[in-house]
Design a protein. Sequence first.
Length: 530
Amino acid sequence: MDKGPDASPGDDVGEHASGHEAAEEPRTGLARRRRLLGAVAAAAVLVSTLGIGAARVIKSPAQAAADTEAPPPSVITATVERRVLKEAVIVRGTVRASQTVEVAASGGAGGTPVVTKMNVDAGDTFRSGRVLMEVSGRPVIALKGSVPVYRDLKPGAEGEDVGQLQSALRERGHSTGSDREGLFGPGTKAALTAFYQGIGYDPLPAEPDGEESLTGAQEAVTEARRRVEDIRSAARTAPGPPGTPGTPGTPGTTTGSDSGTGADAKAGAESGSGGPAGPAGSPAGPDGTSVELARAREDLAKAVDRLEQVKARTGPMLPASEVVYLKGFPARVDAVSAVVGGKAEGNALTVSAGALMVEGFLQKHQRGLVRPGQRVTVFSELEGRSAGATVRSVATALARPRTGAGAAEPGGDKAGSPGYALLVTPDKPLDTSLAGQDVRLTVETAATRNAVLVVPVTAISAGADGTTSVTVVGPAGKRLRVPVSTGGTGDGYVEVRPVRAADLSPGDQVITGVAAGAPARGGATAVGLS
């Protein structure tokens, strides 16, 4: 359209705008339709997603039951073995010597006894003849023997303990001479004196005034002998009838044998041999002389008897406080409780001797399972080594264990409670380092003599008719019921004897249980049911 000369520029702009609006109107409707279609599609997708989610959450009863149903079960099997069956009782024990002695500190010469020397320490070993300690300057000596000390041994004593002393002295190289066994005679006195002097001490006298008594008895014999000799001499010089034998200068006159000592003097005094004799064996001379000589000889015989008695009861003695007897050597010092300079009271030493053995304590429920002769394994946790042993004895009466012995293994009664003493003898001598140690005792209370077929106890099933059997799992899970008879049990296993030997062999797998979906443990194998 032509514009006149009076038209303005704004008129042209308005005209162009009106034309643009007319062109955009159809396009705006198309955009609206497209947006509507997109919204519808999005809503459809959302609805579908919600439906799928709901389908996953909401299940039918049948589906729920199917989803919660247990998986197919599996069986647990174990391998049939051939071995020796063993059962065991386990207790604690303490290694001890066959003899333990508490050495009392006593004795001493008057006053309060004091420990003046200690020659050993705890853990030391020593041999027979050792001076263990001194009490008030007197020795305490260890000697070999088994008879307990219960009295002082003095000359003239008799008994088994005297024989033990004689044996110990001979072992130390001191002969007891001609003394008969069990009699404390001159030979034993000489041996005891030599032994004491060899260890640096003088033996105590059997009687405090023994030397004075002995001297007095010897002087009495000498005086009685001289009196006899004087009377005989006077009788020889006295005048007698002509030709009477025994007068001075008469051939055959003797001085007699009364000058001897001891038994010889006694024999001479009693027999009157060698003296001048008259008719009927009476001394020559006046009647008074013969009576006087007879009485003098009687006095001499009595003096000689008294001297022999004094000699028999005097000499060295062995005080009970100066000796301790032990069964074997070398012996060991287990503990020292006395101190030098302290009062000698109570037990000063604890010593032990003999072969080492083990002492344990059984509880009531264990005692009936353990018998002498059963095999035992002794194990030292401290040194990590073990030793074979045998049950020596089982006590029939309850006793309270000493410190360190008698506690059952964990699960048993507490340590120190009363039990039945169990003594175990090692097959070979134990090392002395084990003395006093706490060890573990494993007692084999049941066992088969030879290797046998065994299965876990849980593999045995019993039928209504009383028969027993095991179920063998073969290739591809095939199962075979095998009738068996059972024997001994031990360690959770039982001996089995199949009715037909060919039906059960070592290496076969037998069912011991059923596990629902759980893998077998402890070496067992899970096999699916066919």
